[in-house]
Design a protein around this ligand. Structure first.
Ligand SMILES: Nc1ncnc2c1ncn2[C@@H]1O[C@H](COP(=O)(O)OP(=O)(O)OP(=O)(O)O)[C@@H](O)[C@H]1O
Ligand SMILES: [Mg+2]
Length: 247
């Protein structure tokens, strides 16, 4: 199996790791039948990719079964650049789009990573119009294959209100999680996204209120000690995460 190295992924501060812990546990309560989980949000920049990769890492570190992250933000994925993700052998990466376009076997796009138990299907290079790939039956087959190989499959996606990709992807998943950026995304927009997801008939497992200013002593603690880390934790507002993941 090919291998990816994630070069730049600092550990999370305690309060953020703890909030993710709660999300992971709540998702676990949804039942063993929920293996493929789509992470989405209404608009850009709400923290979908951040939460997906952090949740993936925590699930891989804590759990006993392998966890797969599929990057399905084909149009605009930032993951490779942001986390300095590179192929261990130096060879050119292949992603889900290669498989969906019939250019690679599924086994050739699933990478082992330097996170033990953590596997990834990256976006090798962005594409302008992935709709045709997402509507191809190969997409559902790919997700079903991955569900058979991994304990949990997390899927990162583009925002729901920009393009229809998320709705196409949701149809092949067991459940969805809607990320909401605290103090930024309107209630109306969140209701609209929930309604869109409902139409896919894939259960909305829960919502994550991301970057909430909890004002707690714990968040004050990590702001003091992690005021300028790579995630851009600022002093003016805390970047915490709270969740009500669960049915
Ligand atoms: N809870 C958090 N704590 C700290 N930083 C965060 C948090 N959530 C998101 N960020 C940061 O905010 C920025 C935007 O987050 P991210 O890229 O995950 O958003 P997104 O919803 O995936 O956006 P897009 O729709 O463009 O893909 C990133 O730099 C990310 O690291
Ligand atoms: Mg993203």
């Amino acid at each position: 199996m090919r291998e990816l190295i994630i070069h730049n992924m600092p550990e999370l501060p305690f309060a953020a790791a703890e909030a993710l812990n709660q999300l992971r546990i709540n998702l676990g309560f949804c039942g063993d039948q929920i293996r493929t989980i789509m992470m989405t949000s209404s608009v850009p920049n709400e923290g979908k990719s951040f939460l997906t990769i952090q949740l993936w890492r925590q699930m891989a570190q804590v759990g006993s079964s392998p966890v797969l992250l599929i990057d399905c933000d084909f149009r605009n994925s930032e993951m490779r650049r942001k986390y300095s993700i590179r192929s261990a052998s130096g060879e050119k990466l292949m992603g889900a789009a290669h498989h969906l376009a019939g250019k690679a076997n599924i086994q050739n796009v699933i990478y082992k990573t330097n996170i033990p138990n953590g596997y990834m299907i990256p976006v090798a290079s962005t594409i302008a119009n992935p709709t045709i790939l997402l509507e191809n039956p190969r997409f559902a087959q790919m997700v079903a294959y991955c569900a058979g190989q991994f304990g949990t499959v997390l899927i990162d996606t583009p925002p729901l209100c920009s393009v229809a990709d998320g709705l196409n992807i949701a149809r092949s998943c067991d459940g969805t999680v809607l990320v909401v950026r605290s103090g930024s995304t309107s209630r109306r927009l969140v209701q609209h996204s929930a309604q869109l997801l409902r139409r896919t008939e894939t259960p909305l497992l829960g919502m994550v209120l991301n970057r909430a200013d909890t004002g707690s002593r714990a968040s004050a603690y990590y702001q003091r000690y992690y005021g300028s880390n790579d995630y851009g934790y600022g002093r003016s507002h805390s970047h915490n995460t709270s969740s009500n993941g669960g049915t």
